[in-house]
Design a protein around this ligand. Structure first.
Ligand SMILES: Cc1cc2nc3c(=O)[nH]c(=O)nc-3n(C[C@H](O)[C@H](O)[C@H](O)COP(=O)(O)O)c2cc1C
Length: 306
């Protein structure tokens, strides 16, 4: 019997993606031309590097190091600032798939300015990175405080009229509480999650390896944590969820869908692999659905909860 024809379309927050695979923010930098190239691969959407109001150089190196089953990075959000990013977003949109603009800020006003740039540049959706520290409470991520998350979400909502996604940090006590704050302030989808706060130490130097000392852990090492976040969120909130963390193969993507994600983002897999990872995962996903007699991707979203 020929395999069943499978529809991999993912619909979330008003976006219609030809498949559920999204390039995660930051991995390939800020270049619009690079995003345009990725868009020609087997992806449903691409996300820009997070940008803020003004250009930032980022931290002193080393900014990334390999650890068991993943990477630890502390880039310090290098980006060319919102004016330049408008041009990068316009370039990326030539790739023909939705472009998600990722923004950050240190105050709600800064989120508003970056959101305006994304709106003006025609970004198809906005993703709020809430993992940077709040200036008035140095060291504490905005994403750990439900009130701050609500404030930056509504500041961005008032400037951007297309789908608004809030990307949550896993470095919190109760991720559901933070997601509810975002939902209450106008978020239409949640990305779960950003990197896990971590550290690596050089035993000969007897010092932290990264210039920024602490870093964000990504890759397969964080998958069970990120998957747990998606699973918990699916039970408690009604917004669509984009799963992110440690996806390197189609089985990982299937796990996220079964846990309740409507789409997934892929980041670290591209550090050691080329873009063919998207095609491989997309084909594996299609074959899995077909093998189990499903005709639409949506049929498996959240069914690990039954
Ligand atoms: C080198 C590097 C840079 C990143 N830059 C950003 C960023 O600018 N904004 C953001 O929201 N996440 C950023 N991330 C986090 C990823 O988008 C993603 O949430 C995380 O790496 C987990 O997914 P993965 O395991 O597939 O990499 C970065 C991750 C890495 C490894």
């Amino acid at each position: 019997m020929p395999p069943t024809k499978v529809d991999l379309t993912s619909r979330l927050a008003g976006l219609s993606l030809r498949n559920p695979l999204i390039l995660a923010s930051g991995i390939l930098g800020s270049s619009g031309a690079m995003l345009r190239e990725v868009a020609r691969e087997c992806v449903g959407a691409v996300t820009t590097k997070s940008f803020g109001t003004t250009a930032r150089e980022g931290y002193q190196g080393p900014v990334i190091t390999e650890v068991a089953a993943g990477y630890l990075n502390s880039l310090g959000l290098p980006n060319p600032g919102s004016e330049q990013m408008k041009a990068e977003i316009k370039e990326a949109r030539k790739g023909g798939v939705p472009v998600i603009a990722s923004i950050y800020g240190f105050t709600e006003e800064e989120y508003g300015v970056a959101a305006t740039a994304a709106q003006d540049a025609g970004a198809d959706a906005l993703e709020l990175n809430v993992s940077c520290p709040h200036v008035e409470e140095v060291g504490l991520e905005i994403g750990r405080d439900p009130d701050l998350v609500a404030r930056v979400t509504s500041a961005s909502r008032s400037k951007f009229n297309r789908p608004l996604i809030v990307k949550l940090s896993p470095n919190v006590g109760d991720i559901v509480e933070i997601a509810e704050a975002a939902a209450g302030a106008g978020a239409e989808a949640i990305t779960a999650v950003n990197t896990v706060r971590a550290i690596a130490i050089d035993v000969e130097m007897r010092r932290p390896i990264l210039g920024g000392r602490f870093g964000g852990l990504s890759g397969p090492a964080i998958k069970p944590i990120a998957l747990r976040c998606v699973y918990e969120l699916y039970e408690k909130i009604s917004l669509p969820i984009i799963g992110c963390g440690g996806i390197t193969g189609w089985q990982d993507a299937v796990e996220y869908l079964l846990a309740g994600a409507s789409a997934v983002q892929i980041g670290s897999a591209l550090v050691s692999r080329d873009f063919s990872v998207f095609k491989e995962i997309s084909e594996g996903l299609g074959a899995y659905l077909s093998r189990h007699g499903y005709t639409r991707l949506e049929e498996i979203v959240g069914i690990a909860h039954a």
